[in-house]
Ligand binder design. Structure first.
Ligand SMILES: NC(=O)c1ccc[n+]([C@@H]2O[C@H](COP(=O)([O-])OP(=O)(O)OC[C@H]3O[C@@H](n4cnc5c(N)ncnc54)[C@H](OP(=O)(O)O)[C@@H]3O)[C@@H](O)[C@H]2O)c1
Length: 293
């Protein structure tokens, strides 16, 4: 496994395991513990969750494992997020000072932990005051409840606005990126991160599985191209999808969302595959139909 320095104090495994879908997996604490140990044995030591996943249930399930086996918490880097809430089934965002401070303490309680390695603001909040949000994040860091701070799904303008009020301590942006999603390439976010030597965490690296299950045209076109390139390299198409993300100089860290360690192995194998530059562009143009001039 490769590890990347996120800050002077913190390194992440280049391949991260995500737990968004954990509640659907319907696992016992023992099954979850075995899965987490399987990740650690593979060198995948960075785990991603959020307060909104299963409306707190995901953190609670992870917390039960940490209570049962406290040594496990020491072997991993734990990431959680705040900012998405529900009022009688209606979704809204809240990045206010009071909410962030309270949410972090609630997450730690559910996770049965003293601190998080990284705490993220989950989504861009249209009703966002960067000064207030920044103050809350800096205080959590000073109180030792979170080691590092960052954001998720932010565009360059909101990223820079918040960073200004966080003593430039934002250390990542967790963003959606896969061969059918180019939002952050188009917004310039990936350029901003590359320029600042910050590494994004990548969610839905396989488009939530749609790369291999959807019958819609962009996915079919990409999958055909991934399979063609995979044949050339003598590996599976899934590995090429991860290799495409890993190729970029920003040094992205894909978050695998699968419940199967065999699929985590595919992401790990991608670390040994180097695409030709023209192969990267074959995938880049396959779904978007982007015309290079
Ligand atoms: N910051 C954010 O806003 C945000 C948003 C979404 C997610 N996330 C994070 O990112 C993580 C990953 O996101 P994701 O779960 O969407 O990632 P993903 O890895 O793109 O998708 C995982 C899903 O695809 C399925 N899958 C994988 N390979 C497949 C194949 N070859 N054929 C059919 N199905 C396949 C998996 O099913 P199996 O379990 O059966 O393998 C699973 O349901 C999440 O766990 C979460 O931590 C963050």
């Amino acid at each position: 496994m490769e590890y990347l320095k996120i800050t002077e104090e913190l390194s992440f495994s280049r391949i991260i395991q995500g737990f968004w879908r954990l509640v659907q997996w319907d696992w016992s604490t023992k099954e979850l513990e075995a899965f987490m140990q399987g990740c650690i044995e593979r060198g995948v030591t960075t785990f991603d969750t959020a307060e909104v996943y299963g409306f707190g249930q995901c953190e609670t399930q992870l917390g039960k494992v940490f209570s049962k086996n406290p040594s496990l918490r020491k072997q991993i880097q734990l990431v959680s997020k705040t900012g998405i809430f529900n009022h009688d089934g209606f979704k809204y965002y809240d990045t206010s000072y009071e909410r962030i401070k309270a949410s972090c303490k609630e997450s730690l309680q559910r996770l049965s932990c003293d601190s998080l390695d990284l705490y993220l603001i989950h989504r861009e909040d249209p009703c966002f005051d960067p000064q207030e949000t920044g103050k809350a994040l800096l205080e959590l860091k000073k109180e030792g409840l979170v080691k590092e701070i960052g954001v998720s799904n932010f565009d360059p303008i909101k990223f820079q606005a918040l960073n200004q009020f966080c003593e430039n301590l934002l250390c990542t942006n967790q963003i959606e990126w896969n061969p059918c999603c180019f939002e952050h390439i188009q917004s310039g976010m990936i350029d901003l991160l590359t320029q600042n030597h910050l590494h994004p965490m990548i969610w839905s690296p396989l488009a939530g599985g749609k790369l291999f299950t959807s019958q819609e045209s962009p996915y079919i076109k990409v999958t055909e191209k991934l399979s063609e390139i995979a044949q050339r390299h003598g590996v599976e198409a899934e590995i090429i999808a991860y290799a495409w993300l890993l190729y970029h100089p920003v040094k992205a860290m894909p978050i695998v969302g699968s419940s199967k360690l065999s699929r985590l192995d595919s992401a790990i194998k991608a670390l040994d595959v180097t695409l030709e530059r023209w192969e990267w562009y074959e995938i880049y143009t396959a779904s978007s139909g982007a015309r290079l001039r």
